[in-house]
Design a protein around this ligand. Structure first.
Ligand SMILES: [Zn+2]
Length: 422
């Protein structure tokens, strides 16, 4: 039999003990952890597993990552000397869910696996990946930080008055060094749109005019054939600061290097015109916006499910939950829109109390059997603390795991949560 085709998997064992108690004995709990892990690696020899080292910390709590043995191992991981970390229990690596999530994210990026031998938890297997689902909600936080670093690069472009990315907006093409240049055939129609809107013409009328007068069609993404002008596309043009010579990004505005197609006053007049003609169709949720309580929240006034909406201006987006009875055909509910960030904060603050709730723990454990009660407790108490920093998809995963329905009366400041019962 040959194992030539089996890829080599270099394994390192990590062991930890919180106290130095019993260390004078011949066979310590550290030895026991290492032995058990070594046996586990040995049992997988046919799969190419090979032990390359073991690292340990004695008398150091799992509440800190500042452990010499752990840090040495992580250095070797980053140097590419280790493919898989093998440990006895999850809490040997870390007792803090936040540290653990951050570490998991780094290991994932490096393509390094983590095997926890007593908890059937192998992150290099699809099943293991599934099991860390709950934990990785918290790692979303880290991912957001990385995304924001990418956004910083886009900000640098914006600060220099350059186009940030994506296909150029109507009326412009991409010139040298990411600066926008007006397109001769399109620019006059942009001016027409602002002028007509300022004169009180509706987006519907303006779209019809553009289609009748043979204006070049709106830009589409690559490999998509252009479609005629619609009121929605007209609205989009009329709301872009870009046409007044401004690059907006991340809630800030910068003077653009490109030529403005309308003056500031013309832009305002055009934009005000479009606002006087509210959109007829129900506004759909913005594709990039996530609403953690969507599907859970009910109107305190009429009891129907709440939909979602948003408003945007000056580059910032405000999310709202809105009763479906406010819009649509009947319009029989007058309950005000709920500011999403505020209510999500109120709801997430409740999670701390859930950390000690046995029913909650058993629900989460039923869904994520690989997590210990301690893991879940830490996750929930951290969620309350981290709410301001957590990504919306992460919050959504947590809310939807625990809650069946939520009603929040903003006028009475009263919150009712219907939880899943085991
Ligand atoms: Zn309602």
């Amino acid at each position: 039999m040959t194992t030539d085709s089996v890829p080599d998997k270099r394994c390192a064992i990590y062991a930890r003990k919180s106290t130095s108690q019993g260390m004078d004995q011949q066979y310590t709990s550290i030895d026991a952890q290492i032995d058990a892990c070594a046996k586990y690696v040995e049992a997988h020899m046919a799969d190419g597993w090979r032990l390359v080292g073991s690292y340990q910390d004695v008398a150091i709590s799992g509440g800190t990552m500042n452990r010499p043995g752990l840090q040495e191992m992580l250095r070797h991981v980053r140097e590419g000397k280790i493919d898989t970390i093998v440990t006895y229990k999850l809490d040997r690596i870390s007792r803090s869910i936040r540290d653990f999530a951050n570490l998991m994210y780094e290991l994932d990026e490096l393509g390094v696996g983590l095997v926890i031998i007593t908890q059937n938890f192998d992150t290099s297997s699809p099943m293991g990946k599934l099991c860390i689902n709950f934990l990785s909600s918290f790692a979303e936080f880290e991912r957001d930080m990385i995304r924001s670093r990418i956004r910083d690069k886009a900000s640098a472009n914006a600060e220099h008055g350059l186009w940030i990315g994506g296909s150029p907006p109507y009326g412009y093409k991409l010139g040298d060094k990411r600066a926008l240049v007006p397109v001769e055939e399109e620019a006059p129609f942009v001016r027409d749109m602002f002028r007509m809107s300022a004169e009180g013409h509706s987006p519907q009328k303006i779209a019809a005019y553009l289609n009748e007068s043979g204006a070049p069609l709106p830009h589409t993404r690559q490999n998509k054939s252009p479609l005629p002008w619609t009121p929605e596309k007209v609205r989009l043009v009329l709301q872009r600061r870009l046409y007044a010579g401004i690059i907006s990004h991340g809630g800030k505005e910068y003077p653009g290097k490109h030529e403005a197609l309308v003056s500031e006053a013309e832009w305002r007049a055009g934009r005000n015109g479009v606002q006087a003609h509210p959109t007829q169709t129900r506004r759909k949720s913005h594709p990039d916006i996530c609403y953690p309580l969507q599907g859970l929240l009910h109107c305190p006034c009429c009891g129907r499910k709440m939909g979602v909406t948003y408003s945007s201006g000056k580059g910032t987006v405000h999310r709202y939950y809105t009763c479906v009875g406010r819009t649509g055909r009947r319009k029989d509910c007058k309950y005000p829109n709920l500011p999403a960030a505020e209510i999500e904060r109120v709801v997430a603050a409740q999670l701390v109390d859930y950390a000690e709730d046995e029913t909650v723990l058993s629900i989460v454990r039923a869904r994520y059997p690989q997590l210990t009660s301690l893991d879940i407790r830490e996750a929930l108490s951290d969620a309350g603390e981290l709410v301001g920093h957590m990504s919306h998809p992460a919050l959504k995963a947590i809310f939807h795991t625990l809650f069946k329905g939520v009603v929040y009366d903003i006028e009475e400041n009263e919150l009712r949560i219907e939880r899943y019962t085991a």
